[in-house]
Ligand binder design. Structure first.
Ligand code: TXA
Ligand code: MG
Length: 310
């Protein structure tokens, strides 16, 4: 059900959930201080309770409403990457709901870059907890139509058009002078390194702490098979009729229904989930996907494709 900005604010203030646009993917939003509202997010998504949510705020001045400390390194990163597809995990104040932080001692914060999301945050005065507006382990939505298809028509949706970044935010945790990359996104590690002035701490990622790292994530319903080269994909396609292919760059696979994305990482990210949603809707046996090269600018996209295919 589509709602406008004023209706979205009324619903959120009343403790209800609303799907909202961000520049990365659509989020299923609720007042981050209202535990009953937060519980609805987990129920609708069928998400495990130990899987923390990102709190969306209007600007960096609100960080200390949520975080115990805002170390200089985190301030630098916020200044460089907010508003934008970038999430900071910081030690949480004791007053932050255990539901929003999935019982973690930390809280994830993001100032989104989408104009409608910013307007909503500014005009409502709320901080909004919002995970991607899809059921747990399924593909994230990048349009209002994806939200309705995945969660049902009854969910109120504020339509802000198709998401421009297209994949979920880069997540970085900061502790004092150190930072760690928890989830790859379209803000690349090299840019964070440059702003931080030091490389990421190479630590074993603690799986339960970073549920986005679960391998079974971002999956369409149809199985996916990945191909490192077009030649491999073409060979396979010629003997598998009930499949559809996603290819990157020029050239058409033989005898095979296909979708083509450009060879620019930002354009592929923007189109990726919508294309996978469309391919999934064809209800074929198998989705064939050509993976981009193993280069830094393609890491986040390769990460999502690997998870989708798992
Ligand atoms: O781009 C995005 O980040 C989108 C839009 C809606 O903002 N949101 C999103 O939310 O992708 P979600 O819930 O699908 O993924 C959030 C990730 C999860 O993997 C969660 O575990 C991690 O953020 N996260 C949240 N709080 C955390 C914390 N305190 N410590 C570690 N990871 C955390
Ligand atoms: Mg998600």
């Amino acid at each position: 059900m589509q709602v406008d900005l004023a209706q979205a604010i009324t619903l959120l203030k009343r403790g209800e959930v609303v799907a909202i646009p961000t520049e990365t993917v659509y989020g299923l939003a609720a007042d981050a201080t209202n535990d009953a509202a937060l519980r609805q997010i987990y129920a609708i998504k069928q998400r495990p309770a130990d899987n923390p949510l990102i709190v969306h705020i209007a600007d960096a001045n609100q960080v200390l409403d949520w975080a115990k400390e805002f170390p200089p390194l985190a301030q630098k990163l916020a200044k460089a990457f907010w508003p934008g597809p970038f999430t900071l995990v910081l030690p949480a104040k004791e007053t932050v709901s255990l539901i929003v932080r999935g019982n973690q001692p930390t809280v994830a914060l993001r100032v989104p870059g989408h104009p409608v999301a910013l307007q909503l945050l500014q005009q409502s005065g709320l901080a909004l907890a919002a995970p991607s507006a899809n059921k747990f382990t399924q593909l994230s939505p990048t349009t209002a139509a994806h939200v309705a298809a995945g969660l049902g028509e009854a969910i109120p949706v504020l339509d802000g058009g198709a998401c421009k970044v297209g994949i979920e935010s880069t997540i970085v945790s900061v502790e004092g002078d150190d930072w760690q990359l928890l989830r790859l996104g379209m803000v690349p590690e090299a840019n964070i390194h440059a702003v931080a002035g030091r490389p990421a701490l190479q630590q074993q990622i603690d799986l339960p702490k970073v549920p986005g790292q679960h391998l079974l994530h971002y999956s369409p319903k149809t199985p996916i098979k990945l191909f490192a080269t077009r030649k491999d994909l073409n060979n396979f396609a010629s003997s598998h009729k009930n499949s559809v292919a996603l290819v990157i760059g020029e050239g058409v696979p033989p005898n095979c229904q296909h979708f083509t994305l450009s060879n620019r990482p930002d354009e592929v990210a923007e189109r990726l989930y919508d294309t996978l949603h469309q391919m999934d809707a064809l209800k074929v046996e198998l989705l064939l996907v050509q993976t981009p090269p193993e280069l830094p600018e393609w890491l986040a996209i390769n990460d999502r494709l690997t998870r989708a295919a798992h």
